[in-house]
Design a binder for this molecule. Structure first.
Ligand SMILES: Nc1ncnc2c1ncn2[C@@H]1O[C@H](COP(=O)(O)OP(=O)(O)OP(=O)(O)O)[C@@H](O)[C@H]1O
Length: 311
């Protein structure tokens, strides 16, 4: 794999104590991380935990109500949103989809479709594409303008497992070829791309982060999906000790309800954990033990014992 990361390189984007508030409720708060050229950062977390909100704040679609976001001047972003407002009753070819939001040269369209493996579908109707082909078309659209940062909100939705592996391979090859940074949002709490440099688990705030060090080696996983899958995907599973209620209050493991998280619930701006992690790219990480004091238990399934808990 190419080594794009240089310690003297400024991050493409960094979020500093970033919070977004709507209707009197914090959707996310105290979010801190950065993405450098060639780096893959994956956001995971339960539904409604603020992954899309965080991604939108990172690229400037949403303005933070607290903290700040720094972007490299002139940063070019390619964004694949979770939802796309397409009128499926109107005919739309893949080629046309590529230029819907801005002009592109014919050669750029061709190149992007070629590199995502769907050159043969240039004139196909978008509504007839399979889930995997559609995601490739969206990826092609996002990479056509040669972005420095690619933000992919659930890029494997509607794709079966082998299609998922192929898409993750494609994302990896885009990163290797272009050296862009990638912010990936995974809807699946348990599966992240093995090439992910940093996994950030959100639960209204960053509750933990770490590196998926190895591919899962559990016999069941290998039996089900084969060794090819094991080379591509790692299993990252996670327990939360508190739940953010729809009204913004927090229910703790003991059943008590408070207005906000306790200072020892996950990682908050200014606490020791942030000091450990903010802006680090060596991913040394905070060590979660059965009771490490941060209020969260995390485990990497299928990792050998010395790697266990190092999330
Ligand atoms: N503009 C908005 N106004 C009010 N609430 C919002 C707004 N956008 C998002 N939310 C709420 O913020 C919370 C976080 O939403 P977000 O889409 O970031 O979560 P997510 O982690 O991406 O979820 P999912 O996995 O379901 O896609 C949700 O409870 C959502 O309903």
């Amino acid at each position: 794999m190419l080594n794009f990361r240089k310690t003297d390189q400024a991050p493409l984007v960094s979020l500093n104590n970033t919070g977004v508030r709507r209707n009197g409720r914090w959707l996310v708060r105290g979010v801190e991380f950065s993405i450098s050229r060639g780096e893959i950062v994956t956001l995971i977390g339960p539904n409604g935990s603020g992954k899309s909100t965080t991604a939108k704040a990172a690229i400037g679609v949403l303005k933070p109500d607290e903290g700040w976001v720094e972007k490299l001047p002139g940063l070019k972003v390619g964004y694949v949103p979770q939802k796309l407002a397409i009128d499926w009753t109107l005919p739309l070819t893949v080629e046309r989809l590529m230029t819907l939001t801005g002009p592109l040269k014919g050669r750029e369209v061709e190149e992007a479709l070629h590199s995502t493996g769907i050159a043969h579908l240039a004139r196909a109707e978008v509504q007839h594409l399979s889930g995997g082909e559609f995601q490739r078309a969206l990826l092609a659209r996002a990479i056509a303008r040669k972005p420095d940062l690619l933000v992919l909100d659930e890029p494997v939705q509607g794709v079966d497992f082998s299609g998922e592996i192929a898409l993750y391979d494609l994302i990896k090859s885009i990163r290797n070829r272009t050296g862009c940074g990638i912010l990936l949002i995974s809807h699946d709490l348990h599966v992240v791309m093995a090439e992910t440099d940093t996994v950030i688990c959100l639960n209204g705030h960053v509750c933990c982060r770490g590196t998926p060090q190895m591919v899962s080696q559990s016999p069941e996983y290998l039996k089900l999906f084969g060794s090819r899958a094991a080379q591509t995907l790692a299993v990252y599973s996670h327990d939360h000790d508190h739940t953010h209620l729809p009204d913004g209050r927090v229910r703790h493991a003991d059943g008590s309800i408070t207005q906000y998280c306790h200072p020892d619930d996950g990682h908050h701006h200014g606490d020791h954990a942030h000091d450990d992690h903010a802006h680090d790219h060596d991913h040394a990480g905070h060590v979660h033990g059965p009771d490490c004091g941060c209020g969260h238990k995390s485990r990497l399934q299928g990792f050998d014992n010395k790697e266990r808990g190092r999330v």
